[in-house]
Design a protein around this ligand. Sequence first.
Ligand code: EPU
Length: 344
Amino acid sequence: MKLTAHADLSALNTFSLAARCRWLAELTRVDELPSLMATPEFLGQPRLILGGGSNLLFTCDFEGLVIHNRLRGIQVEDGGDHWLLQVAAGESWHELVCHTLAQGMPGLENLALIPGTVGAAPVQNIGAYGVELASFCRHVDTFNWHTGQQERIPAEACRFGYRDSIFKHDYQESHLITAVGLALPKAWLPVLGYGPLGALAAPTPQAIFETVCATRMAKLPDPAVLGNAGSFFKNPVVSAAQADALKERWPTLPVYGAGEGQSKLAAGWLIDQCGLKGFAIGGAQVHGQQALVLVNRGGATAVELIALAAHVRDAVQQRFGVLLEHEVRFMGASGETWLDEVLA
Ligand code: EPU
């Protein structure tokens, strides 16, 4: 396993922020984990598992061990009415979507072009254009740092929710994701609820894939060109009563159902209505095509991105009385942190 001390992380986070870590380990084999776990230097040190670094904001240098998950491999089995896939955590999510479509195994087309790795997908239960990872996930294979054993977590135990799972909570410190098991039904069912998909004359998997790619490319900046981490905030879930009151006052506000008595609001719309598209603090900017995305327009620092995030959150709170929570995960010197904590 390759180990680097005082490594530069700017190429390992899609905001391209210049952060460093005390050590960087490149993980290419699961059987390297027990020895990494037993290395005296790393005992009791903060640990961060990094996939594509596409949902992460380094608020400062990381004073611990970063493990860059580069486990590779895709296995496919014929499971009768499903294709069963076992995919190593370090595989690129989008390449997996392309690979399955090319092999005649549709299902993942709505999730095309989501940046990041397969191992990161269950952590926040990636979702787009009406589909979430949870619909296809059978299990998540992990290495448990506490026991030193490999452990398979069935999907039912992953507590998948909107941009949420057990891997953000109880298993955050204890479990490293090594692979994800997926089941793609052979009886393909298109998901066409999202505007431009419903308008497709012949909704084949390839047509959906192409429409999703075109939609994303029109709205969402390519992190390779303009540093960003996708949606910066979650779409807020409020009571149906609050959503009704807001809708009465602002009839064009997009509101979605979110379970009994609850509604989800479009955070991008709320930010946009505050007139913040294009608003910048130093190198940090609210994206001009999608207000929910904050970008590094060149040379942004963590301090600038944090100040911009606080400004956006406060503007929405003042105007609409709705509190935005960040979807991008903030990483402090020794572990996860939150906007309020870094502002304190
Ligand atoms: N809108 C505006 N102005 C904006 C942005 C959005 O008025 O600047 C309006 C749009 O017109 C639309 C509504 O807000 O009516 C929702 O916008 P959009 O369809 O672009 O989707 P979103 O709710 O902003 C969510 C996900 C995206 C995912 C898309 C498509 C979250 C936090 N974000 O965005 O996921 O691709 O839906 O399903 O749930 C991500 O998680 O990083 C991500 C990009």
